[in-house]
Design a protein around this ligand. Structure first.
Ligand code: NBP
Length: 468
């Protein structure tokens, strides 16, 4: 039996589709899954007659691979990754490469990288975005790990990745946990954009009285212009879907409680640790958390009331306001995500290329969007751009879209409709663009009660005042 080019462990939805994708591109793949039945289902089902070699024991799995071995893990993030690594390690040899393609926490990836490096093994944290369809047809792949070993995996990863006109949606991201960090922030940005879209939908439905069918048409039309993106495209499709049993739009029948697996929360947590403001992402995480309080919200709805004066329904011309505000909100969400990546690049020594990251995000991944063309160009012009918003093209765009953001938020507030992501995005803009913020008062208060001292704008030095 010819040794396989690569091996993959973890044959759930993502793993199975990645195996089929690799095989489709000419790579022979050995597979292993904890539960043997899954392996049989793959080789007797969609993998039948393909260069997919089933194994039912970790030792046989490793022995079936060409050297240096290339092993891709696609198991559940967390303890499962450590368990699989512990099973693999006794069978591996120095120079072998192990990739973790799951959504592992980046600090776990740093720990595992060090442990593996001590045994002479190359460990890559590989961010994979695109869901089930992406894994099969071409995901966006964000590999981070030892630069010197990247050449061993690059031909496979670039072949299976989504392709855009300027190349494959896969690039070497940086050392250590860089790949998983960038994937985490990608997901944080995804949370913010999804929340902005949900708030736009809420306003159009609640304040304009539009139904799901009408909203689907609006989103489909928006997807032909500057808002063009995967998330707008699927929103149009979701809104058009009719439940075959009830003949009602399925979206209207779905419980309003959002789930999450942690990547959005980790993005906010690390941004707090690094002192980087990403309020639109924070707002999106909190919005999912408040949605989870369903029983409390149902009870509170009986007790708490909104604005008492009924506002008149908004006309069709408001649709354009929402469209423009959504574009402004998206710019602000991506700006915050990229500002976090810039800070993390310095703090963790990732040496990120934000233009390249924007480029690979243009295909395969959940936040792919036409807007990324302009973002890529901005960071290509100025790799050290301190914030996306100060790029000439972007500043012009956000200055132009801000009035729609203000109008949307005013209408929402007057009707008692929460728009936390839009509000946070605009507050970021209004704070970032102001030369002088009111924290001079906060500094005075801190000095008042804690002698924390302050600096003055009219002379150098550090000061403390006896305020009473
Ligand atoms: P899951 O995250 O549901 O993981 C299921 C796989 O993990 C199965 O193969 C299962 O084996 C294996 N596994 C578990 Br659970 N515990 C194990 C253990 N202790 N030892 C060995 N194997 C174990 O699968 P998924 O949804 O395909 O996602 C895989 C990874 O990709 C995750 O990290 C996920 O966050 C990430 N991801 C998912 C998506 C998506 O759209 N779903 C997108 C991007 C990234 P079993 O069959 O024996 O139970």
């Amino acid at each position: 039996m010819e040794p396989s080019t690569i091996g993959l462990i973890g044959l759930a939805v993502m793993g199975e589709n990645l195996v089929l994708n690799m095989e489709h591109h000419g790579f022979s793949v050995s597979v292993y899954n904890r539960t043997a039945q899954r392996t049989r289902e793959l080789v007797e089902g969609p993998g039948r007659g393909k260069k997919i070699h089933p194994t039912f024991d970790v030792r046989d799995f490793v022995a079936s691979l060409a050297r240096p071995r290339r092993i891709f893990l696609m198991v559940q993030a967390g303890a499962a990754v450590d368990e699989v690594l512990a099973q693999l390690r006794p069978h591996l040899s120095p120079g072998d490469v192990v990739m973790d393609g799951g959504n592992s926490y980046f600090k776990d990836t740093d720990r595992r990288s060090k442990e593996m490096a001590a045994a002479g093994l190359a460990y890559f944290g590989v961010g994979v975005s695109g869901g089930e369809a992406g894994a099969l047809n071409g995901p966006c792949i964000m590999p981070g790990g030892p630069r010197e070993a990247y050449g061993l995996i690059e031909p496979i990863l670039t072949a299976i990745a989504a392709q855009v006109p300027d190349g494959p949606c896969c690039t070497y991201i940086g050392p250590g946990s860089a790949g998983h960090y960038v994937k985490m922030v990608h997901n944080g940005c995804e949370y913010a954009v999804m929340q902005l879209i949900a708030e736009a939908y809420d306003l159009l439905r609640t304040a304009c009285g539009l139904n799901a069918r009408e909203l689907s048409d609006i989103f489909a039309r928006w997807n032909e212009g500057e808002l063009q993106s995967y998330l707008i495209e699927i929103t149009a499709k979701v809104l058009a879907y009719v439940d075959p049993d009830s003949r009602q739009p399925l979206v209207d029948l779905i419980l309003d409680q959002a789930g999450q697996k942690g990547t959005g929360k980790w993005t906010s947590q690390d941004a707090l640790d690094l002192g980087v403001p990403i309020p639109a992402i924070d707002a999106a995480v909190s919005a999912r958390n408040i949605s989870a309080l369903k029983a409390e919200r149902v009870a509170a709805a009986e007790i708490l009331s909104g604005p008492t004066e009924g506002a008149a329904p908004l006309g069709r011309d408001f649709v354009e306001v929402v469209r423009a505000a959504l574009y402004g909100g998206m710019i602000l969400a991506y700006a915050q995500a990229l500002a976090l990546l810039r800070a993390a690049s310095h703090e963790y020594g990732y040496d990120l290329n934000l233009s390249e990251i924007s480029r690979i995000w243009k295909g395969g991944c959940i936040i792919r969007a036409k807007l990324l063309d302009s973002i890529q160009a901005a960071f290509r012009r100025s790799p050290d751009l301190v914030n996306l918003l100060v790029d000439a093209g972007m500043s012009e765009a956000i200055n132009r879209h801000q009035s729609a953001l203000r109008q949307l938020i005013q209408e929402a507030i007057s009707r008692g409709i929460a728009v936390p992501a839009f509000s946070a995005a605009l507050a970021y803009f209004d704070s970032y663009r102001r030369e002088r913020l009111p924290v001079n008062l906060i500094q005075a208060q801190r000095d008042f009660f804690g002698a924390h001292t302050y600096q003055r704008i009219d002379r150098p030095g550090t000061f403390h005042t006896e305020w009473e």
